[in-house]
Design a protein around this ligand. Structure first.
Ligand SMILES: Nc1ncnc2c1ncn2[C@@H]1O[C@H](COP(=O)(O)OP(=O)(O)OP(=O)(O)O)[C@@H](O)[C@H]1O
Length: 537
């Protein structure tokens, strides 16, 4: 058998030997020899000549250019685009068998949880068809940890589910404004006839898988808000605090743990009673009593990420809404030192002392707050709206924690029942707290000096932070405990000396003021030692 193929020269041929012994020889011959073949020659005779073809092509292209120019001149561009889109939609819907789902990062003004689930799920589906990956490790405590994969923009990931081939691509759209984040979206391509199965089964499968991955997550993140970039920035959160190491009374510990357990189990209950699945904790007490440590212990216990928000940087209430709606479910929103965070969270009485021009006599914190809404920053009603207002229904399984050193400075509207569900007082160190700290820092459960230290601790106000600082000074328990005893004794002496000094100052102030009071019949003298002030009441 011989096959002629046209090539530029005729010096080549190829021999192909098949398994059953036949040999095929392929001759490469010039076009001239092909045309000279009798059967081909008759075929070529019926063909129009080359010059006819060229002249036909020339007139066709001239005509098409003419038509195009007329269309461009006569029909406005927008109308042309519209017609083109309609035509391409029409043809693609008739001739394409593909269907595309678009999942954007935000949905109806809040973070799109489906997008989040895909973000978690898809890196587990990276296979041989994936051409590129992004890798990273944000654990500064463990730089040798294996990097985690992420999906790069415009890269394809193919997944399979119930015999369907599902092709994913992540897209990113430039926001064109430096202060706004680029918008991201996942595109999923499947066959048209698989659309229903994808909607009803595949997406549920993704969400379930993502949920179980998130529940088992090994590392927790601590997010802080970058106001310049308008994004939450994360770092790996590794805090050793647990309820076991926390120096608090066992009763308090048990009540917090039970409350958290109950909260986690009560998804249905919250739905049934029509409340957002949220829990608010107000932690208050002197500095160094473990409020931040308790937050860390809660995060470790629940395996929830922490979103640490500094309210001072938030521009206004709508900025606050945007920031808070971009947090994820199963997380803790932490606002530390709430008394200093926003003008409006402070009690009106406190504001009155510090700011004479506040003449509002209305008792309702919310109404009063509206007066402050022109001030830059967050207003109390903006904040309250997120705790128990309409916006509180955004998101599930959220813990909101406020901490303060001065509960009395907070506006009563913030403390009203139903606002923060649990108020926890973190007090000074107790003997039981001291034993927990000794076990955690020195690894001992008993020591001869314990009894003496416990007596001292009961007689003086000392914070767990101060105790921990002394215990950390030395590895030798004996020396560490002695150092603690010395510290407590010194502190006791200091307190006594300060009391004496205060008494002297008080006497001095009274003496100085007596002359003025003489002329103010019927008025009582009241003094504020801390601010060195005298009031006539
Ligand atoms: N109850 C506690 N149990 C264990 N450690 C504690 C406790 N309280 C304080 N500490 C230790 O003291 C340090 C400071 O505590 P922490 O920051 O939690 O106090 P805080 O009440 O949040 O203080 P502030 O009000 O100043 O923010 C922590 O690093 C922790 O090691």
């Amino acid at each position: 058998m011989t096959i002629h193929l046209p090539v530029m020269n005729n010096n080549h041929n190829i021999r192909v030997k098949t398994q059953n012994g036949n040999t095929f020889v392929f001759f490469f011959s010039p076009v001239s020899s092909l045309v000279s073949h009798p059967s081909m020659a008759s075929l070529f005779k019926e063909f129009p000549s080359m010059s006819t073809l060229l002249s036909f092509y020339a007139s066709f292209s001239t005509l098409s250019m003419l038509v195009r120019t007329i269309i461009n001149e006569a029909i406005p561009k927008r109308v042309r685009d519209f017609i083109t889109n309609k035509l391409s939609d029409f043809f693609s819907s008739y001739f394409s068998s593909d269907f595309t789902f678009i999942i954007e990062d935000r949905w109806q003004a809040v973070q799109n949880e489906t997008f989040r689930a895909i973000e978690v799920y898809l890196p587990t589906k990276v296979g041989p068809t994936t051409k590129s990956l992004i890798l990273g490790n944000n654990d500064s405590n463990n730089i040798t940890a294996p990097p985690k994969p992420g999906i790069p923009v415009d890269s394809k990931v193919v997944d399979e589910f119930e015999g369907m081939r599902l092709e994913w691509t992540l897209h990113e759209k430039d926001s064109k404004k430096y202060y706004l984040r680029n918008r991201r979206s996942f595109e999923l391509k499947c066959k048209k006839n698989e659309r229903e199965t994808v909607m009803n089964k595949y997406f549920c499968h993704i969400c379930r898988t993502a949920e179980s991955i998130l529940k088992k997550r090994e590392t927790l993140n601590l997010y802080t808000y970058d106001h310049d970039g308008s994004v939450w920035e994360s770092t790996v959160f590794k805090h050793p605090a647990t309820f076991e190491t926390l120096a608090i009374e066992s009763e308090l510990k048990d009540s917090i743990v039970n409350d958290l357990d109950l909260f986690l189990q009560r998804k249905k209950y919250f739905q049934d009673v029509g409340r957002a699945w949220k829990r608010g904790y107000l932690l208050y007490g002197p500095p160094g009593t473990g409020k931040s440590t308790l937050v860390a212990a809660i995060a470790n216990y629940l395996r929830f990420h922490i979103y640490d928000l500094q309210l001072q940087g938030v521009k206004n209430d709508s900025d606050l809404r945007r920031i808070l709606t971009s947090t994820t479910n199963r997380s803790i929103l932490l606002i530390e030192d709430i008394d200093c965070s926003t003008k409006s969270s402070r009690s009106r009485s406190t504001r009155k002392i510090s700011n004479d021009d506040d003449n509002d006599d209305d008792d309702d914190g919310d109404q009063r707050d509206n007066k402050l809404s022109f001030d830059p920053g967050v207003t109390l009603s903006g904040l309250l709206n997120f705790i128990d207002g309409l916006w509180s229904s955004c998101g599930d399984e959220r813990i909101i924690i406020f901490t303060t050193n001065y509960k009395e400075k907070l506006d009563p509207a913030l403390l009203r029942p139903g606002r923060m569900d649990v108020h926890i007082y973190m007090g000074h160190c107790t003997p039981e707290g001291f034993r927990k700290l000794a076990a955690a820092y020195l690894g001992i459960k008993e020591h001869l000096l314990f009894k003496c230290i416990e007596d001292l601790i009961e007689s003086i106000q000392i914070t767990p932070a101060e105790v921990a600082q002394q215990l950390m000074k030395c590895d030798d328990p004996q020396l560490a405990l002695q150092s603690l005893m010395e510290f407590i004794n010194n502190k006791e002496n200091e307190i006594e000396a300060r009391k004496d000094e205060e008494e002297v100052i008080k006497q001095e102030i009274v003496m100085l003021a007596k002359e003025d009071v003489k002329n103010q019949d019927g008025k009582k003298l009241d003094y504020d030692l801390e601010n060195r002030c005298i009031y006539l009441t």
